[in-house]
Design a protein around this ligand. Sequence first.
Ligand code: F3S
Length: 58
Amino acid sequence: MIKVDQELCIGCGTCPAICPGVFKMDDETGKAIVISQDDIEGANNAAASCPVQAIIVA
Ligand code: F3S
């Protein structure tokens, strides 16, 4: 299960840049949301690049 912790995300935009199939910036909150669970590897790559470790892949 791929999740973005909304408390931790600072809206840096890195995760949708790395893995647009899974992450998208929410227009209202300015934070990342998960739109698909279909790319665990891409999500792991994005998680490794998130500056605040807001992405959880479990
Ligand atoms: Fe937020 Fe981290 Fe993505 S700060 S926008 S979850 S890379």
